[in-house]
Design a protein around this ligand. Structure first.
Ligand code: JFZ
Length: 447
């Protein structure tokens, strides 16, 4: 197929080789935090569930629901007057994330409601006008950085309550002037974030799907250049901008726009080939869909530790990072269900982290037992989710494979396991097999 001439294609190389991107590639596990005014209602209007199916709690201003008061927009936009999270302690969050095993975190500086959690000079609709007053973004950046966890800032371009924001492309000169004001405001906010929090590693952009933004490709291209020049090594996902043909995430030639693919949201790739060798991460909610605090989890399926570990290992087995979302409440406390999952994940990670950090996809034939990850030329991990009833983990390798299992052990246990070659002779698939004997009395803390 013919290559298109593209002026607004990628600004960086595929699989950047610098230290920041190498670190990104090695994270394995991350934490997302959605925190803002939506944490106060927590998916309820005056104590009555506002839920419409599994509608996202941070969208309550927009979808309102059957139990919303008549003036819900005004009610919502005034929530900042109540924002006073007495229990907020970023160090406690960071400690929990560290214990869970997270190597990076993404924090919402401003969601679609337009409320800024840092003391921005660009708008009054910010943290300094709340009873709390203090810079939440700074507290988070400092606390996580002190724990050795890299920080990325979530930033929604879309703002529901900004009169200068446009969904459709502006047409008249007056509209264009207004939207241009909005673009300059967005630029100022991003430069401010870089200036205020120089430790951050990247931006996680959102709310970039509206036509006004899509048609501002010259502006977004130059802004990306400017941000990168201001902050060498900055990491930006594929959800920031599009090419001049309106193609988002990937340009019209299929090249990734940004440093990593950002489209894996509440979904995971089924096949390694889909990823085309790009760096990527997957972001995941615990409830079906709901990023901000949801007071009441009843009646919803919330993912279990086993669900999440399976997704984590599926991600890292395909060279992706897995990012688990937390939505703290209006006082600054995690949901008790989140505390429980963080603890259980951390317990597992303490024993098994070797199979998660700094590992790569391995081209062994897929296993029905779980997921492979590879550390170096001689170490491969198999995270077993489906333990065989006969306790024999059969590992298939190509007949001409250079890497074959010669010894095996269970993480956290130095004892060598018995390994036997089992050439069962299925010649058509050109594979041979190695059987690893799991001690019958072996009881893992999970997979
Ligand atoms: C967006 C937000 O609307 C949502 O509130 C949350 O912050 C989430 C992380 O991001 O939601 C999206 C954005 C993009 C897709 C789906 C949901 N997408 O590309 O499939």
């Amino acid at each position: 197929t013919e290559k298109k001439e593209i002026k607004y294609g990628p600004l960086t190389d595929k699989n950047r080789k610098d230290a920041n991107m190498e670190a990104f590639r090695n994270y394995g596990l991350g934490q997302f935090i959605h925190w803002g005014l939506y944490a106060i209602p927590g998916n309820e209007w005056e104590g009555v569930s506002a839920r419409k199916g599994a509608a996202a709690s941070e969208w309550i201003r927009s979808w309102s629901g059957p139990n919303a008061p008549k003036n819900w927009i005004e009610t919502y936009d005034n929530l900042y007057k109540q924002f006073n999270p007495k229990d907020f302690d970023a160090k406690r969050w960071a400690k929990q994330a560290k214990d869970m095993g997270a190597k990076y975190m993404i924090f919402t500086t401003k969601h679609h409601d337009g409320f800024a959690l840092w003391p921005t000079k660009t708008t009054d609709y910010n943290i300094t006008k709340t009873p709390f007053k203090k810079d939440v973004v700074k507290a988070v950046v400092d606390a996580y950085t002190a724990e050795g966890i890299d920080v990325y800032l979530y930033f929604s371009v879309l703002e529901w309550n900004n009169p200068d924001y446009f969904y459709k492309a502006p047409k008249t000169e007056a509209e264009k002037a207004k939207y241009n004001k909005f673009l300059q405001y967005t630029r100022a906010q991003l430069l401010e974030l870089l200036a205020n929090y120089p430790q951050i590693k990247g931006f996680w952009f959102d709310g970039t799907w509206d036509q006004a933004w899509v048609q501002s490709y010259d502006f977004t291209y130059n802004l990306e250049k400017e941000l990168r020049a201001k902050h060498p090594g900055l990491i930006i996902g594929s959800r920031f901008r599009n090419d001049e043909f309106g193609k988002r995430h990937f340009d019209s030639n299929g090249n990734l726009l940004g440093d990593y693919e950002q489209g894996w949201e509440r979904k995971l790739p089924k096949d390694y080939s889909w990823l085309d060798g790009n760096d990527w991460d997957a972001v995941m909610t615990i409830p079906p869909n709901g990023w901000g605090y949801m007071k009441d989890w009843s009646g919803l399926y919330t993912k279990t530790t086993d669900d999440l570990l399976d997704m984590l290992m599926q991600s890292v087995s395909m060279n992706g990072n897995f990012v688990l979302n937390f939505g703290p409440d209006g006082l600054g406390n995690m949901h008790p269900g989140e505390d429980k999952l963080a603890k259980e994940l951390g317990d597992w990670m303490k024993v098994n982290h070797e199979a998660v950090y700094g590992v790569r996809h391995t081209d062994l034939p897929l296993s029905k037992l779980g997921y492979y990850t590879q550390k170096d030329s001689t170490t491969v991990y198999l995270t077993v989710f489906n333990r065989p009833v006969n306790n024999i983990a059969r590992i298939a390798v190509a007949k001409n494979a250079k890497l074959v299992p010669v010894s095996a052990q269970i993480l956290g246990d130095a004892k060598a396991l018995e390994v036997k070659h089992a050439d069962i002779g299925l010649d058509l698939d050109k594979q041979t097999y190695y059987d690893v004997y799991i001690p019958e009395n072996y009881k893992s803390n999970r997979a």
